[in-house]
Design a protein around this ligand. Structure first.
Ligand code: CMP
Length: 139
């Protein structure tokens, strides 16, 4: 059975461009409920740990540096079929390939600076949510 929670971050370039309010509004309008929300900034060490699964990829260094370059808005979201429905809402990793109406189509700059993160599985949603939020920060 699909889990009902996913994890997201509004990434530094979308925060700097002032898109956070519009992105959050779009997410809420699609029926996601906020379980936890935090405005924070990752150190390079924390970003490296968060993206450890990608450490062998050629873009890992760029990804870590970018994700530590400015504040992010991290959230746990709840909805039936949350992981899959949220990935559909954000669109493809590369905004050039993202469908019309998706968050990345509207707000992402590039494959690297792609506006939002969305968990790729129920297991990773739980791991990523726990990376940012304690139990008493989730409601
Ligand atoms: P996200 O889905 O949040 O998690 C992995 C991230 O790696 C992805 O978003 C992109 O931001 C980044 N990424 C994936 N492919 C590339 C690439 N070819 N070059 C730079 N960054 C990438």
């Amino acid at each position: 059975m699909a889990s009902n929670k996913t994890f997201t971050m509004i990434k530094p370039e979308a925060m700097a461009a002032g898109h956070a309010g519009k992105i959050l509004d779009l997410i809420l309008s699609k029926g996601f409920r906020v379980v936890a929300l935090k405005y924070t900034r990752l150190s390079e060490q924390e970003a490296g740990k968060f993206y450890e699964v990608h450490k062998e990829r050629p873009f890992y260094g760029e990804l870590v540096g970018y994700m530590a370059s400015g504040p992010v808005l991290a959230a746990i979201l709840e909805k039936d079929n949350a992981v899959q429905d949220f990935r559909a809402l954000i669109g493809a990793t590369d905004p050039a390939e993202a469908a019309e109406g998706t968050i990345r189509k509207r707000f992402a700059e590039s494959k690297a600076k792609n506006a939002v993160h969305g968990s790729d599985s129920d297991e990773n949603a739980a791991i990523e949510g726990a990376f940012f939020f304690s139990g008493r920060e989730q409601y």
